[in-house]
Design a protein. Structure first.
Length: 129
């Protein structure tokens, strides 16, 4: 029996079994299960479609880019497994710059490194790092 012919309850259970094998992190597994459960509720008894997946993801349009990216990855992986990949949904994550460090904080750090006592010649190396 093809995936498209299975009822949603069985379909999501089969995918959950696959998730358990692939995801080792408990938090990621729990979050993915929560998102898929919400998606299953949205579907009701209707089969999953790309349009339904987009309708689910649009709920999170006002969330942070990283959250939207994670949710899109979760639903996208399910849809790919199902055989209807989300090829036209892309979420870009803006690149973050490192936080600015004041010059006086850098000087304090270098002072601590200079005062470090060690039997090894690591002070100069530590200053360069």
């Amino acid at each position: 029996m093809a995936l498209k012919d299975k009822p949603n309850e069985e379909l999501f259970r089969l995918y959950d079994d696959d998730l358990v094998l692939r995801l080792n992190n408990e938090k990621n597994l729990r979050d993915t299960r929560n998102r898929l459960s919400e998606f299953q509720e949205l579907l009701g008894g209707a089969p999953p479609t790309v349009e339904a997946a987009k309708a689910y993801l649009i709920r999170y349009a006002n969330h942070a880019p990283r959250t939207r990216y994670r949710y899109t990855q979760m639903i996208g992986a399910f849809m790919k497994w199902y055989g209807q990949p989300l090829t036209d949904v892309k979420v870009k994550i803006p690149r973050d710059l490192p936080a600015y460090i004041d010059d006086e904080d850098i000087e304090k750090l270098l002072d601590v490194v200079d005062k470090k006592r060690s039997h090894m010649d690591t002070v100069e190396r530590d200053r360069l790092l």
